[in-house]
Design a protein. Sequence first.
Length: 359
Amino acid sequence: MKMRFYDALQMDPVVLKQKIAACSTKQDKLYYWGAMAVRSILIVAFAIVVISLLSGLFGSDNTPMAVVLFCILLGIRFVNFEYCVGDSLFTLAAALAILVLAPSAATVLPPLFLVPMHFICFLGLLCITTQRPEMGNGGLYSFAYVYLTGNPVMGEALVRRGLLALTGYLICGVVLFVKHRHQHKVVRFHHVVGTFHLSRPVCLWQLRMALGVSLVMTAGQVLGVERFMWMGFVCASLLSEYPYSGNGFPRFWQRIVGAIAGSALFFILYWMVPESMRSLLGPLGGLCLGFCTDYRYKTAMNCFGALMLAAGIYGIQGAVILRIADTILGVTFGLVFAAIFHQLVAVRFLRAQEGREAL
């Protein structure tokens, strides 16, 4: 029995492709392909409207925060923080406060304090928002932190960013309350946060993510790497794989292949289409992303929006070279860091946990 079209629009592409594979008729397959296409179009259209509206109200320099709030709004409809609703609303406020203040603080702190500042803020953000990384909150809030750190504001623009975050909090808070107020009623914030221990795989994952991303972001800032946030994205992506694994080679190669393929495809399309239509390449990548379930293809399509923005700053050739170079630097750092972390930290705590389970 086919699900309602509206229900199909709520499904992840992975689920929809499973439905397509299970269909016995061409008509049913087309039904779910249509749902996937409409879903992708609606998300891109909604993103354009919401981000444009918020950017118009709070300034184009705060477009990155508008993007982050849109992503949080999409995610919070389905995934909560696994506390009672009152503590969840507090968690959302704390997360947004970190996302507003930490990037600006990073621009004025001496290099010596950047690693501890990023580590404390990023670890805190993961600990309060991500109890089950497989649900996607880890990727969402790590993207938000890295993206905003790469696009800081100061002075009057920071005030506007704070007001934008408050507006986003009110909108996302209403959605959080309506969708999740009946869940986890007896679970309090301190019940979860107080259980942090490296013998738990999720805590080990949080520590590795926070330390690795803190180091690569600091290195990028201190060394003056152009678009250093791209290094942060790829490093965070490699370290975000869950369940925890000490082997980062599969994602290492997939990320490099995806970045090269996506950058090459964007470069070709950029010169093929008329100049007046080049601005559509970013939304095109977003539309195609709605059909992707494989990590390599997602990586390739994510290049479109990033390169569309960077091409206006560095030129198309410079943007493509920078994208590939930052990807290689970030993913190589992540792979080396993951191997060192696994040998020096993870093995010890994982063996201790295995010993306790054996008893």
